[in-house]
Design a binder for this molecule. Structure first.
Ligand code: SF4
Length: 434
């Protein structure tokens, strides 16, 4: 029996997929997954630093692991992910938690087997600021329906509340032929859904120096891959989504019609302070363009309430935008200071009470919209991909990203079926296979 590993993942889908690569590196090195109730020989914390409370959770978990290590002195604890890349963070972590075996930057994961082979007494730090692309890192993928594929890393946008460009570096796009090879291989292995990942997928290819090698052309080439599968992507920056991309989505039988395009605010003044580089009007024009070309598009978005200096009038503009855009899903966040970002230094921080009141008003508004949109689905038939078997029922997803619960057995996971929606309960859809 090989040595065992455990990975604790925080944050977004990028990190979830990165943890699959960490597992790939460890298994290639002879490690096997740990079984719960036993201490693992290696524990990797794949961290996130988007919000300060994510960092607090990492420190809390390190406290628990310190106690575990006291009972299992050979346990090696490794910290990697976004949190390690912030200015001075690795040194601070080393001073605070000297029991950590190694701290690896987001582009130093390939060093993991090497640092685990060492028995140094002091915490080893490997952080590179060069942010070079590294290919051919093996991944142990989840056994589900979906497989993640990175198409690019980093971000050039510097939204004033966001730490990502500081910790993940500038945009680096992967070569198209490598992405196509990955997707082809995953489809041949039986994955029914492939999700392309990038902080801003719409700027894919900008750094490759070939105008014909953009996101629209990547989607078009991926759609030509043979086989029955669904292709999704996230995330789209509203300023960069262009009509050519939406045309490919409209005309492909593979591409999902679910588009995540976060507005963040409906106030032009706040959008400017956020450095989002579009106006509420410009955003809604993109929404109208998408709905015109893809009438059944399922839009989702993120909204931050209580950004510094946000007034009641600004918030009313956000409510207005949400009403007009008619999101199928909306992810709502209370603004929280992220040190190291320009917004954290801004005057006019909004009180907690105002933030709480606004977010609950926004959630209520979105609930009414979600219920209205869901009601329109009743009686319609959709092609649904079975994604999960839970409590004796199947849950599947339509091409436009709606979840529907229907009767079915476990072997329907990963299969496409036609489902007629029979009911809507508080925006949750129920149906039957026809
Ligand atoms: S687009 Fe803005 S919010 Fe998204 S990762 Fe880049 S800086 Fe952060």
């Amino acid at each position: 029996m090989g040595k065992t590993y455990r990975i604790i993942t925080y944050g977004c889908q990028m990190n979830v997929h990165e943890s699959e690569k960490i597992a790939g590196l460890l298994e290639e090195d002879g490690y096997v997954p740990y079984s719960e109730n036993e201490a693992a020989d290696v524990v990797v914390l794949n961290t996130c630093c988007i919000r300060e409370n994510a960092e607090t959770r990492v420190l809390g978990n390190l406290g628990i692991l310190k106690k575990e290590k006291e009972n299992h002195p050979d346990m090696k604890i490794v910290v990697c992910g976004c949190m390690t890349q912030a200015d001075g963070a690795a040194e601070k972590l080393k001073a605070r938690c000297p029991f950590i075996h190694a701290i690896l930057g987001t582009d130093n994961l390939d060093k993991l087997p090497q640092v685990l082979a060492e028995n140094a007494k002091k915490t080893r730090i490997e952080i590179s600021q060069e942010h070079k692309l590294k290919e051919n890192i093996p991944a142990v993928r989840s056994l589900g329906v979906n497989a993640w594929v990175n198409i690019m890393y980093g971000c050039n946008n510097f939204c004033s509340y966001c730490i990502v460009p500081y910790v993940r570096g500038r945009e680096r796009s992967r070569e198209k032929k490598q992405i196509i090879a990955d997707v082809r291989e995953l489809v041949s292995r039986g994955y029914s859904q492939i999700t392309l990942l990038g902080q801003n997928v719409n700027s894919y290819g900008n750094d490759l120096g070939d105008k014909n090698n953009d996101f629209a052309s990547l989607l078009s080439d991926l759609s030509d891959i043979e086989g029955k599968f669904r292709l999704k992507f996230m995330t789209s920056h509203p300023k960069d989504i262009v009509s050519q991309t939406v045309d490919v989505i409209a005309n492909s039988d593979k591409l999902s019609h679910f588009i995540h395009m976060p507005p963040q605010s409906g106030s032009d003044r706040i959008l400017k302070l956020m450095n989002r580089r579009y106006t509420a009007g410009g955003y809604l024009e993109k929404v109208a363009m998408i709905k015109d070309k893809v009438p059944d598009a399922g839009l989702s978005g993120d909204v931050i309430v209580g950004f510094p200096t946000e007034t009641e009038a600004d918030f009313a503009d956000t409510l207005k935008l949400v009403s007009v855009a008619e999101f199928a899903n909306l992810y709502t966040f209370i603004y929280s200071r992220r040190s190291g970002t320009p917004a954290a230094e801004m005057d006019g921080q909004v009180s907690v009470a105002d933030k709480k009141r606004r977010i609950s008003e926004l959630i209520d508004k979105q609930f009414v919209i979600s219920c209205r949109l869901a009601e329109r689905c009743v009686g319609k038939t959709y092609e649904v991909l079975g994604t999960e078997y839970k409590k004796g029922k199947m849950i599947g997803e339509t091409k436009c990203g709606k979840a529907i619960t229907y009767a079915g057995s476990k072997d329907a996971v990963g299969k496409f079926v036609s489902v007629r929606v029979t009911d809507n309960k508080n925006s949750k859809l129920y149906g039957e296979i026809i």
